[in-house]
Design a protein around this ligand. Sequence first.
Ligand code: ZN
Ligand code: ZN
Length: 278
Amino acid sequence: MHKIFNFLLEIEFYLKIAISCTIFQQLFYYLLHDLELNFPMQVILYWLVGSSSFYALGILIEKVIKKNNILTEKLTARVSKVKPQPFPAFTVKGIILGEIKAVISASIVLFLAPEVQRGNDIFLNFGWFLMRIIAADLCFYIAHWLLHRRWLQKIHLKHHEFRDSSSFVAGHKSLIEYVIVTITDVLPIFIFGYDITQLCAWSAIGNAYNLEGHSSLSIFFIPSDFHDLHHSSFTGNYGIHGFWDRVFNTLNPPTKKQGIMFPVSLVESKIIDSARIG
Ligand SMILES: [Zn+2]
Ligand SMILES: [Zn+2]
């Protein structure tokens, strides 16, 4: 029974991503479809959407949600306690270097990938995003699993300096890892081409689940329990969510039920409760 619900929770994650990306894509299409965006404008837009969503969502989680004790208690996903760690402080140099990296990678991605127009067909876009997240999850799984092999681990140890977790740990990685993860994330668009409205939507939603996955909370997309277990035990849970870990048998079983924004989990606890009463 648990297995079915955990599987449904993974499907729920894919659907949430595909639906949210489609909504954002429609919004970007509405704002941009009349404009002729040349290459530099596209780079600036893609970079701005990525960076502003990263900082805005990270600050929202760390400085607004986590400052509210009642909300934090409700949303906390962490069960196994680890020693609290001071998190990396933001420095002007660090932020500037990070943004330079982001502009360079945005330019390279848009320069190399062929541009396509996918318009605003909702079903076409939904199907594209659904395929995209399942493929991105598999690509990330493979790359991340490889980064845990002895001969590549060095590249990935910087990210694992934190056993405790905070949203911004999502961005804490070595330059080589940044390059590898960026390539795995955008690999499908080198093959299928990029539509700037899709790319912007993907980048904002990608930041949302990545920050949430490291936040030690379960808010909407992804219960942080999954990736917390990866940071505290260093083995297993290599994917974005559990689907590919289940397929390849590397899943650490979840230790905590998800928050109220996870319908599958709500249904599961209702069924378990009524079974207990009955
Ligand atoms: Zn890892
Ligand atoms: Zn991590």
